[in-house]
Design a protein around this ligand. Structure first.
Ligand SMILES: CC(C)(COP(=O)(O)OP(=O)(O)OC[C@H]1O[C@@H](n2cnc3c(N)ncnc32)[C@H](O)[C@@H]1OP(=O)(O)O)[C@@H](O)C(=O)NCCC(=O)NCCS
Length: 338
């Protein structure tokens, strides 16, 4: 029997209520199966969250797949801007009851021409559970494991805040802001952000930004456009007045109990002085004082980044799962999939 398979662009604002509901059920069933620690939103919050996009990852494509009329999968693809215009960050999710029937492979095959049509050369998937269905499937269809990462979570209720009483290292003061760096710090903040390029990143083809003050302002504007609040804590050298360490936290209005720990960096000349732990501990105290609703903080770190993993553990994060990133050239995958 030939089964009718269709991939369709999905627009939350125009979707029929019955399709939105079916997509919600597919998403929740997959989350419960695939994640040890799923964050399950109720229906209304989930619908609202469809409109809230990660600020740094560019525009998003959203497709749904039907087989014989039944909604069987979704594909969510980010098209990152600037130095990552070669990449399509792709997440395909198949309804648990329709797995191992070739659906995931059919969705990938159908979506690849859409990615090429947008000028993308490489496809990557991130944060797949190590050894799990996504990673095994990706390798089976011809992708390679390109980075090893770990997901860490800090459960506020399980942590004694005494862990965040970290004394200030001599010669530094703290500065902090929400949304926009002060003019007098933005240039040195951009230079400190630039050292993120030293962080281990495996063989992922994702290129970190060439930060300048102007690009910091653009990134801040993208956060505002997407309604994501970014809180930043930095260490400033008393001697030079420059930012030498930083940490960033993103707060999504649709996830009032969650915060996402973003970049943390210390410039090479000031490593080994406890600045990373200090700014992160300060961030947690400030965050909790302002948003007591926060229950969990999530972060993802390269598995080789022993320093960052240790600092996170010192302030109460625990490893929730080991994850991998997968990559492939689109042209090569299309050839393999026929
Ligand atoms: C990964 C995922 C999309 C696969 O979808 P699927 O429709 O079940 O996959 P397919 O039927 O096309 O599988 C093709 C091949 O991949 C391999 N594969 C798929 N799932 C596997 C699993 N759980 N364990 C081992 N191999 C697996 C097999 O070789 C399979 O061929 P076979 O069934 O003939 O042995 C699905 O498991 C899923 O939604 N996982 C959660 C989200 C995710 O991790 N997505 C990947 C991110 S891009």
């Amino acid at each position: 029997m030939t089964r009718k398979f269709e991939l369709q662009p999905f627009e939350a604002d125009q979707a029929a209520p019955v399709d939105l509901r079916a997509l919600y059920e597919l998403s929740v069933a997959a989350l419960r199966l695939d994640r040890p620690d799923p964050v399950v939103l109720d229906y209304d919050d989930w619908v609202a969250s469809l409109r809230q996009l990660a600020p740094s990852l560019g525009s998003r494509g959203y497709w749904i797949a039907r087989r014989d009329g039944e909604l069987v999968a979704k594909a969510v693809v980010y098209f990152p801007p600037d130095e990552n215009e070669h990449l399509a960050l792709t997440a395909i999710t198949v309804a648990p009851r329709r797995r191992r029937e070739g659906v995931g492979t059919a969705v990938l095959k159908a979506v690849l021409p859409e990615l090429e049509a947008r000028g993308r050369k490489l496809v990557e998937g991130w944060e797949l559970s190590k050894g799990g269905p996504g990673a095994q499937w990706a390798v089976a269809v011809g992708m390679r494991i390109s980075k090893s990462t770990i997901a860490q979570t800090l459960d506020i209720r399980d942590v004694d805040p005494v862990l965040w009483d970290v004394p200030a290292p001599d010669g530094f003061r703290v500065a902090e802001w929400v949304g926009a760096a002060p003019d007098e710090l933005v240039a040195s903040y951009a230079r400190a952000l630039h050292v993120m390029r030293d962080a281990p990143a495996g063989d992922s083809e994702y290129r970190l930004a060439e930060w300048t003050a102007e690009r910091v302002r653009e990134a801040e504007a993208r956060h505002r456009e997407r309604n994501v609040v970014q809180r930043v804590v930095v260490a400033v050298s008393e001697a030079t007045g420059e930012v030498v360490a930083l940490t960033q936290m993103d707060l999504y209005t649709d996830y009032p109990e969650w915060a996402v720990q973003q970049d943390t960096a210390v410039i090479p000349a000031d490593r080994g002085k406890g600045l990373g732990q200090w700014v992160k501990a300060h961030m947690l105290r400030a965050l909790l004082a302002e948003r007591p609703s926060i229950g969990k903080i999530y972060t993802n770190v390269n598995a080789d980044n022993e320093y960052m993993i240790r600092v996170n553990e010192q302030i109460g994060f625990t490893t929730s799962r080991s994850t991998v990133g997968v990559s492939a050239e689109i042209a090569e995958l299309r050839r393999l999939l026929g």
